[in-house]
Design a protein around this ligand. Structure first.
Ligand SMILES: Cc1cc2nc3c(=O)[nH]c(=O)nc-3n(C[C@H](O)[C@H](O)[C@H](O)COP(=O)(O)O)c2cc1C
Length: 181
């Protein structure tokens, strides 16, 4: 069975809720989903470390990254995690894995695209093969037209829209469908 790693950071729970939709999509497509949260307790003096979590990701066929958009980019905690994976760049360990991403922010644009660029650039450096959303507003998904990854918009109270949750589930399914091809 294909295995997907879903690695995310969430400050106040909104990205975690979106991750749950991605997980549901992955599992509905018949793959195993390892949900792995980047937490501040794993960061010491700016260095993220959690060997068990990193080893789980090493064994996954695909990795889906999630972060809130903070100040127009990935959250600092997510960046610490990404930087900690630099050793895997040297060993080329993640080359060929599929990659995909989702982000959420308060504003319709909110510079979410830049957070998705951060994650895509990381994945390209790692030699991963990127899977975009592949869905348009005309499909009843992806209302704000983000194609590099899911770009969801949440209220200030952290409520997600159903259409964004559906887009997140669609991405999860699409990653599994791409793996099976
Ligand atoms: C430090 C910080 C920076 C933020 N920067 C942005 C931003 O650049 N654009 C935006 O639209 N929303 C921004 N927001 C709002 C968050 O992206 C939004 O509340 C998101 O849903 C939080 O997700 P989380 O609950 O997973 O942390 C910011 C929030 C915080 C706390």
């Amino acid at each position: 069975m294909a295995t997907v790693g879903l690695v995310f950071f969430s400050g106040t729970g909104t990205t975690r809720a979106l991750a749950d939709s991605v997980r549901a999509g992955v599992e509905s497509a018949g793959a195993t989903c390892h949900v792995l949260e980047v937490v501040g307790a794993d960061i010491s003096e700016g260095r993220w470390m959690n060997d068990a979590m990193a080893a789980t990701l090493d064994d996954c066929d695909a990795i889906i990254f999630g972060t809130p958009t903070y100040m127009g980019g990935v959250a600092g905690q997510m960046k610490c995690f990404l930087d900690a994976m630099a050793g895997r760049w040297y060993s080329n360990q993640w080359n060929g894995k599929l990659g995909a991403a989702f982000t959420v922010s308060s504003l319709a644009a909110g510079d979410k695209l830049n957070a998705l660029f951060d994650l895509t650039t990381f994945a390209m450096q790692m030699g991963m093969v990127w899977v975009g959303t592949g869905a348009s507003p005309s499909d009843g998904l992806n209302p704000n037209g983000f194609y590099l990854g899911v770009g969801a918009q949440a209220s200030h109270a952290g409520e997600l829209q159903d259409i964004d949750k559906d887009t997140a589930a669609h991405l999860g399914k699409r990653v599994v469908a791409t793996l099976s091809r």
